[in-house]
Design a protein around this ligand. Structure first.
Ligand SMILES: *Cc1c(COP(=O)(O)O)cnc(C)c1O
Length: 377
């Protein structure tokens, strides 16, 4: 039987032909396709100003810079997210201040945000985990009360809707990722949706060397900018992907509905919050009942691999990595993030999967857990 990875991008022949055309055109780096892609993203996000980047990590870093965040500042970040969310804060010289997440939604717990806010706090960085929108009313309410910026890490959430509105079509700065495992891809890439054109000049300078040219073509460098411009080859892939995104996400929702029907194991896994129709299901990641089986997560992953099924881990709790322990974080600081970090497994989910693949995964999970179930004492 064919190996089932936990994620796989869908790239059709039209996309491949489009890429070949760009490659033959003589212009392969940032050019007309990037402009077209940025316009298409802007249209998708209700007309907001959108700029693309070589990664979401780059987009987030530039978003922080565009908010003037740097040394001495603090940014509130959930303890359960990919490392990039906090790394970018540290990279601009600021301090990530972690907050625990809710066990079911995996999203930052709004009830815990305010006690993490200090006079140095400049921004909150909510992460729409797995494509489930955070409670925007509460997060933006807190931000307004404390006069903070919000930089949404929407790496999982292109196509996610909150109360019917697309993430990135409203709010403050919103960053998306187009890494191959995400809901749409440009190979590597990201985008930033901006609330106004006030941040645009800084964003463009930070994205490309701080470089400007006057009408006569004379160059000047206004600040020591980075180098994060997307290529036309990537943008061409993004154009095809964006046109298919709603279909991709519908398929993800169908597959996850099947998981909710079929994943009935003994002992039971703890399934993530179902959310509503706006959930874009970047990943499907239940928690394993590790205290009820004679099995480590590593052994579970190995047993699934032997059955031809790829399983991922998204993510170990961020505050327990070496780089963040150095800020003083330790075990038991954030119990939900730590439990998720220990028990989470990402099961296969991508648009080209069939419902029968979901059944195959569920049967395998069931078998592996049943065989390892601890005897009743
Ligand atoms: C993937 C991801 C990123 C980084 O995206 P890149 O495009 O790979 O830089 C940031 N935050 C989260 C939550 C992610 O999952």
């Amino acid at each position: 039987m064919q190996y089932l990875p936990f994620a796989r991008p869908t790239l059709d022949e039209e996309t491949i032909a489009g890429v070949a055309e760009v490659l033959r055109s003589g212009w392969i780096t940032t050019g007309p396709k990037v402009q077209e892609f940025e316009s298409a993203l802007s249209e998708y996000l209700g007309g907001r100003t959108v700029r693309t980047f070589t990664s979401a990590t780059g987009a987030l870093e530039v978003a922080l810079q565009a908010c003037g965040i740097g040394p001495g500042d603090e940014v509130v970040v959930p303890a359960m997210t990919f490392a990039a969310s906090a790394n970018v804060v540290a990279r601009v010289g600021a301090r990530p201040v972690f907050v625990d997440v809710e066990l079911s939604t995996r999203n930052i717990d709004p009830a815990l945000i305010e006690r993490a806010i200090t006079p140095r706090t400049r921004a909150i960085m909510p992460v729409h985990f797995a494509g489930l929108a955070v409670d925007m009313e509460r997060v933006y309410g807190i931000a307004a009360r404390h006069k903070l910026r919000v930089i949404e890490d929407a790496a999982h959430a292109i196509g996610t809707r909150w109360n019917g509105r697309r993430i990135g079509s409203f709010g403050d700065l919103v960053s998306f990722s187009f890494h191959p495992n995400k809901n749409m891809t440009t190979i590597e890439g990201g985008a930033l949706s901006l609330p106004s054109d006030a941040e645009l000049q800084t964003v463009e300078l930070q994205r490309f060397h701080g470089l400007v040219r006057d009408v006569e073509g004379n160059a000047d460098v206004l600040l020591p900018g980075g180098k994060y411009n997307l290529s036309d080859v990537s943008a061409r892939i993004g154009l095809s992907q964006l046109s298919q995104l709603e279909g991709f996400n519908d398929k993800r929702r169908q597959l996850v509905a099947r998981y909710f029907e079929q994943l009935r194991t003994d002992p039971p896994c703890l399934l993530p919050a179902r959310g509503d129709e706006g959930h874009s299901w970047h990943i499907f990641a239940p928690l394993l009942p590790l205290d009820r089986v004679d099995l480590t997560r590593g052994q579970f992953i190995e047993a699934m691999h032997e059955r031809g099924i790829g399983v991922g881990v998204h993510y170990p709790a961020l505050h327990l990595f070496t780089s963040y322990r150095k800020l003083g974080y330790k075990e038991r600081d954030f119990p939900n993030a730590e439990r998720i970090g220990r028990e989470t497994v990402t099961l296969p989910l991508f648009p080209a999967m069939q419902l029968s693949d979901v059944d195959r995964v569920c049967d395998a999970v069931s078998d592996v857990l049943r065989a390892a179930k601890k005897a009743h004492r």
